[in-house]
Design a protein around this ligand. Structure first.
Ligand SMILES: CC(C)NC(=O)n1c(-c2ccccc2)cc2c1CN(S(=O)(=O)c1cccs1)CC2
Length: 233
């Protein structure tokens, strides 16, 4: 069995991606609000809108730090961001949810999400996904790389030069595969399980589109950035 080992340039790539990912925090003031604001559906929805909006901004910054991304065709850059924004958001949510949070935060958060105007039929798959990601106990490096792999999915709608996107995604996938072997030696299937989460993520895209239409009905307001990235209104 050949020894799996990370090369110098893979080490450098990983450091780049993880550093960019670490800037990915939910602003303190928002998490504080999570505990202070009252529990009305309206309040919860507004809070989620705020968190989602700030995360899209952070996602754009993270993406700009992915080596080679900014040298892609500009329209393809937009197509990749718009095509992956919802998946990256749900992946991020699952990672935040499964991370150790101060006592009681997780319950408060769960309560607010359940009571934010999202219909029951979407709440179940949402929390199932959070749970299935949580069970993987992903390392920070794996989380960061999996997010980069999600963003660099070549077959998003309107991507013209899929070839070049593939060339960027490949080294991320190779590095992620090595990391999984090194960090989960007792679990040879671990990498396959991670990729299985990406398949589950794609189904959430569909649920999210449905959620948006149901919210539009009750004339919920989103921020201009969310409307832009989700192609609504
Ligand atoms: C971390 C960010 C990316 N998470 C986030 O925004 N969340 C979280 C969430 C999960 C864990 C910790 C903190 C927050 C739950 C939900 C969302 C967003 N969506 S949404 O985008 O459909 C939405 C936007 C406006 C109204 S509903 C609904 C469900």
């Amino acid at each position: 069995k050949e020894k799996v080992e990370i090369t110098k340039e893979q080490e450098a790539l990983m450091k780049l991606i993880v550093d960019a990912y670490n800037k990915h925090q939910i602003p303190q003031d928002v998490t504080k609000k999570l505990l202070q604001e009252q529990y009305s559906t309206e309040e919860n929805f507004i809070l989620l809108t705020e968190i989602a909006t700030s995360q899209v901004q952070v996602l754009v910054e993270f993406t700009k730090n992915i080596p080679g991304f900014l040298s892609l065709d500009h329209e393809d850059q937009i197509a990749l961001l718009k095509g992956s924004a919802v998946e990256a958001m749900f992946l991020r949510s699952a990672q935040v949810f499964s991370r150790k949070m101060p006592i009681g935060h997780t319950e408060v958060l769960e309560e607010r999400i359940r009571k934010s105007g999202i219909s029951e039929e979407f709440i179940t798959p949402l929390f199932n996904f959070y749970k299935s990601v949580g069970e993987l106990h992903m390392s920070l490096e794996e989380q960061a790389l999996l997010t980069a792999v999600t963003i660099l999915t070549p077959d998003r709608p309107y991507v013209k030069d899929q070839q070049t996107v593939e060339l960027l995604q490949e080294p991320m996938v190779d590095l992620l595969k090595k990391l999984c072997v090194l960090q989960h030696p007792q679990e040879p299937q671990y990498f396959a399980r991670l990729l299985g989460r990406l398949t589950e993520l794609r189904t959430l895209n569909h649920y999210h589109a449905e959620m948006l239409t149901s919210w539009r009905v009750n004339d919920h307001k989103f921020t201009p950035l969310l409307c832009e990235i989700w192609d609504v209104q």
